[in-house]
Design a protein around this ligand. Sequence first.
Ligand code: NAD
Ligand code: UGA
Length: 463
Amino acid sequence: MKITKICCIGAGYVGGPTMAVIAQKCPHIQVTVVDLNEERISAWNDENTDNIPIYEPGLDTIVAEARGRNLFFSTEVDKAIDEAQIIFISVNTPTKTYGKGKGMAADLKYIELCARQIARVAKSNKIVVEKSTLPVRTAEAIKSILDTTGNGVQFQILSNPEFLAEGTAVQDLLSPDRILIGGDTTEEGQKAIQALVDVYSNWVSPEKILTTNVWSSELSKLTANAFLAQRISSINAMSELCEKTGADVNEVARAIGMDSRIGPKFLKASVGFGGSCFQKDILNLVYIAKSYGLNEVADYWEQVIIMNDHQKRRFSNNIVQTLYNTVADKKIAFLGWAFKKDTNDTRESAAIYVADDLINEQAKIAVYDPKVSRKKMVNDLNYLETRAAEENERSIFTFENPYLSCENAHAIAILTEWDEFVNYDWQRIYDGMQKPAFVFDGRNILNKEKLEAIGFVYQAIGS
Ligand code: NAD
Ligand code: UGA
């Protein structure tokens, strides 16, 4: 089948960048990204590409090139479904906050709504692609909903999980480690797989396009995220032991990373991993394992989350303890709020939890982040429901200028590894602070010797 029209439901962190790159690389395919969120769609359509809703290095240029040519953002979901031969589902799949599986299972209500809408609207055969991260065997549920249409339309369901990381989304999409496509083993299933392989083949080499059965593909996505997060929790566990023993976690990471079987990536000790997916996907994996009665498997993966929660709490406890057991009314400056550098995404950022702990201790938090708005920070805290919204408003101060956020502070906590933090005038910052001037580097990005020479009391993770 020659593909000329693609639609993607969900114009978020995955749908937006993924479709922009497909449109750029496949000028012969019309790509329409739809969303119920009108504000988001109008931001994607903003003439000034600085205002598109997602900040990713390089994304604005790609959108500027393809938008209006063969890339469209719209709220007309039915129309886009009707016209497309391939429909990507890229909606959010958050952790359930109610009912059975609350706090663990993936909430599939948005997925189900998409499937019902496709079933209602489709008048011709469609390939439906799971782009969202889903529990293994979700394709079965989608298929059973689609097959209720009874109007003779044939659906093929593919799983094509996304492996991009935020902050490097464009680079990851342009040269992916692999593209994974799972589909039915039937002849029709294989044809559908081939249609999607042909789309990616416009810029990805054949040896990087992997095809499997649907269940392997669905489960590989959860497995990849579990393994990645597990490495961070493993090095973070070692960071605490390093602090007790005089070992330095950066040296340990380097030493083990040179073993080619271990490899050097994803071994940076930190204040804990954040982001919308690692925690949600592991909780989902734990829930699935438990639902099959595999309690040891569930417990094994749950430790990754337990360790991560511990690492965040340990960081805030250490600040309180070091500041003579009280931070009440003290100004603590946060450099960074995003869950990692080069993104404006704050979902599950460690900064939120550290701030929440310190506000419980009546600290005043002064935040500077180059890409995150005050509104987002306050919303993040409100979402935890620890205290009244007005109290969050009163406890958090935000600055457009990092030097002002650090002025008169008792301590600075580095929560995000933004490159610009390294090159600040640290002498100037020191001069403006309360003494002793403490720096808690939750990302191990600053130079200990340099800061100590200025006069800071400097503490990193794992040394
Ligand atoms: P997101 O919240 O940024 O975007 C999802 C969008 O879907 C929202 O704009 C929402 O309005 C829209 N939506 C929800 N239901 C809809 C419906 N019925 N019709 C139309 N639009 C609807 O989420 P995201 O970060 O893009 O993640 C999407 C999926 O991709 C998740 O399953 C996630 O686990 C997975 N994923 C995310 C990343 C990442 O880096 N963020 C990476 C890989 C995979
Ligand atoms: C992660 C995966 O890397 C992607 O492959 C996956 O597609 C995505 O989740 C997803 O499914 O959503 P992302 O969360 O965007 O991507 O970013 P990462 O680079 O993985 O960072 C996650 C968190 O781990 C960040 O808070 C980061 O600071 C932290 N981290 C990462 C460390 O603390 N140490 C490290 O060595 C690496």
